[in-house]
Ligand binder design. Sequence first.
Ligand SMILES: Cc1cc2nc3c(=O)[nH]c(=O)nc-3n(C[C@H](O)[C@H](O)[C@H](O)COP(=O)(O)O)c2cc1C
Length: 453
Amino acid sequence: MTNNKKHLALTVFMITGGYHYDSWRREGSRAEGLGYLDLVVDMAKKAEAAKLDGIFFGDTVSAGKVPGVDPTVAGHYEPLTTLSALAAVTSRIGLIGTASTTFSEPYNVARQFSGLDSLSGGRAGWNVVTSAMGNENYGMDEMPAPADRYARATEFVDVVTKLWDSWSDDAVIVDREGGRWGDPDRIRRIDHQGDHYKVAGPINMRRSPQGHPVLVQAGSSGDGMRLGASIADLIYTAQPDMKLSQKFYDQFKAAVQQAGRRPEAVKILPGIVPIIGRTEKEGQELAAELGNLVNMDTGRTIMEQRLDMSLADIDLDEQIPAERFNLESSRSSRQRTEIFMRLSVEQGYTLRDLIIENARGHGHGWVIGSASQAADRMIEWFESGACDGFSLNSPYIPGGLDDICELLIPELQERGYYRDEYEGTTLREHLGLERPGAWDVQKVRAEEPANAG
Ligand SMILES: Cc1cc2nc3c(=O)[nH]c(=O)nc-3n(C[C@H](O)[C@H](O)[C@H](O)COP(=O)(O)O)c2cc1C
């Protein structure tokens, strides 16, 4: 069916409680099993049967403002342990996990993702985040300022990629006769010494199938975009409005070019919550049902955390005063604050409206209706230069993921915007991304005369 060579890049965000904050309250949700293996195995297998490019686990290293109230909080599943378990029961789907540069060391992260890449046959991806909370668990009195976090992140990723490149692809020789498994001449120290890290290297494991696990990033501030433009293969972003998404897309691709890379080398994936059914009416009924489940008390707490402000004195039917929005907070995402501020200040949303919007989309775009209508919208965004694909968020679990896999994906396949089968075996191949060369290939390239080829 697919004759359209350009197809969407699609990953699914494994928010195991359901993306809608209160959807775990539905009859038939799997809220009792959150944190256990069965749930994620079922979800991963379903996503793989639908030929999605990858599954994605977010992560935070804090139990949140009020522990236990928010079952969607990323953290029920520690990404690396979970993805390692899922590598064993899947064979093609990409396995993307989050690790924070603020609360880890490059040598650990390089080994974890290289290991996952080797164990999974080339399916690993690392979502590079600088984190907005968790300092209290790592001996820090305050969260470091965003600029400091990004300075550290930039050097961190540099060290990790140098470690990944420290073994050439042919360093493992398995010379039984000569008694040499690896060739030390093809393995190089990195001798990194920077402002934040001192790492001799090399890594102590063979180069993994993808060379570099796929690098994912979601920064939206100036520093965040600069880092993403220079290192990322995939960009996640919250874009509820098509025109603004086109603007972001153009700005980002220009930044990629400025960083000396091809714009096509980076795929931009806004989030989307498809609240869908077989018909428009079914989609609307689902949206109404989810809307009725919203717990305003919990919603207020989650909103306070998202916007990093107290809302105790604001009535649900009042608006948040414009001057309270703090775009410079180091404990919240500027992009999300801007989205909710726009709704409040420009569109007159009350606190109640904001809580409902946050429960439904967390600041991402959503679409209510039939699977066919959701496909229309995704194709419109794709064709109009607003994105290269989407990060799919299932409004509820398990049925919301079934609807994505069994209604929406076939609709996109039917219209030639998604492939019917995996065409490669690695995540890079699914996404049409090049495989980077190791240190020896880079050395040869650097020594080639400028006008060669
Ligand atoms: C789809 C998506 C997923 C994200 N996942 C995480 C995550 O798992 N952990 C985390 O700490 N931050 C996560 N972030 C936040 C980003 O890493 C980033 O901090 C945020 O978008 C704000 O950008 P800035 O840091 O440049 O201000 C995510 C953002 C988006 C859009």
